[in-house]
Design a protein around this ligand. Sequence first.
Ligand code: 2AM
Length: 222
Amino acid sequence: VPLEETSLPLFFGWFLLPGIQDKVRCTSMDFLKTLDTLEAFKKHLPDFTVEAEKEVDLEQYFQANGALHCTTKFCDYGKAEGAKEYADKPAIKELYGSAFELSLSALFVTPRTVGARVSLSEDQLILWPADAEKEAVSVVPAAATLPAGSHAHITLGCAEGVEPQQTGFDLLEILALQQEGQEGELVEEMELGSLAYYGKGRWLLSLREPVSAQACFSSLYG
Ligand code: 2AM
């Protein structure tokens, strides 16, 4: 393979620093541990999994994958559309290796993924690809009408056989429902925040106190 084809990373993104990774994993585990004991969750279990009679241990159900990060641009070593244009942007080069504070504003769970919503600041949106939401349109049509940055997330775990890419689609689906005016069914005020149900096994916990996560803007060659 010629060098010019391998000089771009698998993806660019914000990588959470080790201490905060542990904290976010613990928060997510606490949430999963509580969620699967709630009567409301048990009531909607058939929406969550086809094996209706069984209980679900959510901590076992999802598999963690690698260092926690928020992908900005998936480059696939240069094969992804717009990869080179993104890597060549002055802001990307300037801010490469810089520290940021990401704001994690919600946790969500679906039968496929568990993730954290990242609410990007103006400064952080500079690193966000202009077409990030539009790229998801084939999977989530309403994504085209969502504000820039809506897709920003951290994958915390995937069900067996599910690709991490799914996490962002699951988030966009929930945000699209909210934009249509569906508030979700408020299920419970939890210690961490308010829990709402959006049907089809989709749960969103809006954090009372957003988690502030230190992260380094960098890339992974994988
Ligand atoms: P994620 O950002 O939702 O977690 C390496 O596979 C990383 O790139 C993962 O973090 C993954 O999903 C993301 N990723 C994989 N394929 C992708 C794609 N086609 N588009 C956008 N992101 C992708």
